[in-house]
Design a protein around this ligand. Sequence first.
Ligand code: HEC
Ligand code: HEC
Ligand code: HEC
Length: 434
Amino acid sequence: MRVILGIIVVGLVAFVGALAYAMRYDEIEPLAAPPAASTFSREMLELGERMAGMGDCDVCHTRPNGEPYAGGLPLPTPFGTIYVTNITPDPETGIGNWSLEAFKRAMREGVDREGDYLYPAFPYNHFTLATDKDIEAIYAYIMARVRPVKYTAPENEMPFPFNIRLGVAGWNLLFLKQGEYKPDSTKSAEWNRGAYLVEGLGHCGACHSPLNFIGAQKGGDNKFGGGDAEGWHIPALNHRTPAPIAWTKDALVNYLFDGYDKHHGITAGPMTPVINHLNVQKEDDVYAIAEYIASFQPKSDAAATEKALAWANEREWNPDPAYVPKFEDPQMQRGAEVFKSVCANCHKRGGQPAPLGITSTVNMPDPRNVLRITLEGIRPPRGARDRSMPQFSQSLRDEDLAALMYFIRKQYTTKPAWDGVPDYIREIRNPAAH
Ligand code: HEC
Ligand code: HEC
Ligand code: HEC
C-alpha cells in the first residue's frame, strides 16, 4: 500500500514539475515598430541572405503563388496539418514587432514571442545550433529586406491531443538539445564547418533521416538513413545509399551546386529548392558540406566505379532506330514497348541524360520518385537548366505506367521489383483522395 502511494506521490510531483517546467516561458515585449533597415550593415544583410537560404526559410514560409515569407503553406504531418506562419516584418500578422531576443528564442528554443510552444515542423531543433551571429544576420535580413505582407495563415488542423502546444514541452525535453554547435576537435576545420551547416541551418537530416513514432529523427546507424517528405522518397546519405557508385566529395560538390553529377544524374522534387539555394552559397561552404556528407559514405574505388558505369551503359537502350525489344516476360515486353515509344528518344546509349542505371532514382527501394518524374517531368535547378524533362501524365495509362516501372527496375538495376506500384500510381494521380 505504501509503495503504491509512494509511486502515486512521486508521479504527481513529477507531473506537476513537468507542467511547471513546460509553462516557464514568458511573453517578450513587442517592439513599437520593426527596426530600421539602416541599423544593419551591408555585410550583415548579405550574410543574412545567404544563411536564410541555407535554412530554406522561404521554401516553407511561402505558399504556392503567395508572397515570399508570408506563410500559408500546409505541411501535412502524421499529427495533422500545420500551416506555416507569416514571418514577414508586418507588425500585426508577421514578426515585425519581434525583438532580436524573441527571434533568437524562437530559433533556439522553439517558442514564439508570446511564450507559446512552436511545433517541431519548424526545424528549431536544427536551427538551435546556429551561431548568434548567423541568427542575428537572418533577423536583420528579414527585417530589412523582406517585404512586409498582411496575411494570416489558416488555423492548423490538428486533432486532440496534438492541438495542445504544451505537449511540445515533452518533445523538447526528450529531443531538443539547445545551444550552438560544438566543434569536434578530432576532425578538420572543413568537416566541422560542414557539420555546422548540415546539422544546423541546413537541417538536411529533417528530410534525410528517418523519424521515430513521435516525429523525431533517429540517430546512430539510422542517421541520414533516408526518409519520406512531400510524397517523395528521400534517399539515404549514409552507408545505405542507393547510389550504385559511392558519392565522392567531388561528386557531391557538383550535385549540391548544380543538381547534377555525371555519375549520379539529376536532382528532382523537394531537393530542387535546396540546390537552388546552395548554388549561391560560398564555394567553401558547399565544399565543407560535401566533406561532411562524404564522411558518411562507403569508400569509393575507381575499379568499382568503372564497373558500375560499364554495366549501366551496357543496359542503356539500343540507339539503333530499327531495334525491336524482345522479352519472354510479357510485363517486361509491354514495359519495353512503352519505353520505346515515349522515353527512348532521349534515354538511350550515348544520349544526353546520364545512364539510368547509375542513378539513385531507379535504384531506390521505393518507386515514387521515378513515378513522379515520369508523371510530372523535371524542372531542373538553375545550375542544370538544359536538363529538363517533359511530363507524361496525359500520355500514359495506369497499366502502361505500371509495366514501364517494372521494365525500368528490371532493366536498369539488379534490385528486386518494386512493391505497391498501382497504389502509388493512384495516390500520385489523386492526391486529394489520400
Ligand atoms: C520545414 C519547414 C520550415 C522551414 C525550413 C522553416 N520554417 Fe519557420 N516555421 C515552420 C512552421 C511549420 C512554423 C509554425 C509552427 C507552429 O505553428 O507551431 C514556423 C514558425 C516560425 C517562426 C515563428 C513565427 C510565429 O509567428 O510564431 C519563426 C520566427 C520562423 N518560423 C522562422 C524561420 C526562419 C528564420 C527560417 C529559416 C532559417 C525558417 N523558419 C525555416 C516551418 C519552417
Ligand atoms: C525538403 C527535404 C530535403 C531537404 C531539407 C534536403 N534534401 Fe537532399 N534530397 C531530398 C530528396 C527528395 C532527394 C531525392 C531527389 C531525387 O529523387 O532526385 C534528395 C537527394 C539528395 C542527394 C542525392 C542522393 C542520391 O543518392 O541521389 C544528396 C547528396 C542530398 N539530397 C543532400 C542534401 C543535403 C546536403 C541537404 C542539406 C543541405 C539536403 N539534402 C536537404 C530532400 C531533401
Ligand atoms: C525529351 C527528352 C526526354 C524524354 C522523352 C524522357 N526523358 Fe527522362 N530525362 C530527361 C532528362 C534531360 C533528364 C535529366 C537527367 C540528365 O540529364 O541526366 C531525365 C531524367 C530522368 C530520370 C531521373 C534520372 C536521374 O538522373 O535521377 C528518370 C527516372 C527519367 N528521366 C525517366 C524517364 C521516363 C520513364 C521517360 C518516359 C516516360 C522519360 N524519362 C522520357 C529527358 C527525357
